[in-house]
Design a protein around this ligand. Structure first.
Ligand code: 8GT
Ligand code: MN
Ligand code: MN
Length: 336
């Protein structure tokens, strides 16, 4: 997952406003641990990033979904003074600044960051000297910090996609490989690469059987041999987290996630893995309203008592929208 989100498309006329809202969101998540406010600021930023013109004042912004009185006031303050006192105060506190910095290391969440700062670790240099406090993910996050903070241009993901598909197809031509995440939503830049993988022989029955499935392991080993995968954070039967690099290039190393989904659960997995996470959250809420439960595996109708029934048969992403009586949204329209 990419931690620095660019709120919207290149040339966003409200980029500076989106940036300060995202900075407030980070503060709420990382320091105050107020996920409600975190989501509120992100929703407001996402709303603003959809505008094609510069917002003139707070009142105008209030017409957008997710922008209420308080955020409108902050927008006015920023437009009038060019800054936000709340953020100035936050950034005066070195503990806040240190926590925010450390959470930018892949694998370090707010709780870990706080623990580290309380142990006197304030900079990446401090952290490098105390790696015994870090797990494997966090160590890799630190090692590749400079690389991972770079966003990945769409064109580079296209190149990686092609190489990856060529290699995996050599293992079996029946693999289905889809790059999801922000890339599938059409973004020009991404924080990481989210690959969804399935194969007709890998079904939910297969997954549930006690047999040890090594589909994902085989794929990862193949991509390591081809020097596309350069490091591993973790590898389980259905989830790989690691690092890749465009072979024979001096491009930065990139965070790579691979998910193996059962063939019969492919569309729920694709919907989930495409996001955005806010979009997924809204869609799951919609499902509950319609007496369904939706997750990355299945869509199930609930009994009046709220017990999930057998999974619905899903043959496309459109099917999921249909069951929930929603009009279909293309991936590029799921940036909420
Ligand atoms: P990005 O360009 O910053 O990577 O933006 P993204 O592609 O939209 O975000 P992501 O963090 O890579 O997540 C893509 C989707 O994967 C999300 O919609 C989310 O539902 C799903 N997802 C996972 N694992 C995780 C996780 O550990 N954290 C988050 N935030 N999302 C996850 O599959
Ligand atoms: Mn990801
Ligand atoms: Mn992603």
């Amino acid at each position: 997952m990419g931690k620095r989100k660019a709120s919207g498309i290149a040339g966003n006329p409200n980029q500076d406003l989106c940036d300060f809202l995202m900075e407030l969101a980070d503060y709420e998540r990382n320091v105050s641990k107020n996920i409600y406010k975190y989501n509120a600021y992100r929703k407001a930023a996402s709303s603003l990033s959809g505008l094609s013109h510069r917002v003139i004042n707070g009142d105008a912004a209030r017409k957008l979904p997710g922008i209420g009185e308080k955020i409108a006031k902050k927008i006015d303050e920023f437009l009038n003074t060019g800054k936000l006192q709340k953020l100035e105060d936050i950034n005066k506190d070195e503990t806040n600044v240190a926590i925010n910095l450390l959470t930018r290391v892949s694998g370090i969440g707010p709780a870990k960051a706080k623990e580290l700062v309380e142990a006197g670790i304030k900079t990446l240099d401090d952290l490098r000297k105390q790696q015994d406090k870090l797990n494997r993910h966090q160590k890799i996050g630190l090692e590749y910090f400079e690389d991972f903070k770079e966003r990945i241009p769409r064109e580079e993901i296209e190149q990686i996609e092609k190489i990856m598909k060529d290699h995996i197809m050599e293992l079996s031509s029946e693999y289905i490989i889809t790059i999801c995440g922000s890339y599938r939503r059409g973004k020009e830049e991404s924080g990481d690469i989210d690959v969804l993988l399935t194969h007709p022989l890998y079904t939910s029955k297969e997954k549930e059987s006690k047999k040890k499935v090594s589909v994902l392991k085989n794929v990862v080993e193949c991509l390591e041999k081809k020097r596309l995968i350069v490091d591993t954070i973790s590898l389980g039967p259905t989830k790989f987290m690691g690092v890749c690099q465009l072979p024979n290039s001096c491009k930065p190393c990139r965070r790579l996630d691979i998910r193996l989904a059962p063939y019969d659960q492919y569309y729920c997995a694709a919907l989930y893995f495409t996001g955005s996470d806010l979009f997924n959250k809204n869609m799951r809420a919609r499902a509950l309203e319609k007496k369904y439960t939706l997750n990355e595996y299945t869509l199930k109708r609930l009994t009046p008592e709220g017990v999930p029934r057998e999974p619905e048969k899903i043959s496309s992403e459109e099917d999921i929208f249909r069951f929930l009586e929603m009009s279909y949204k293309e991936p590029k329209d799921r940036n909420a």
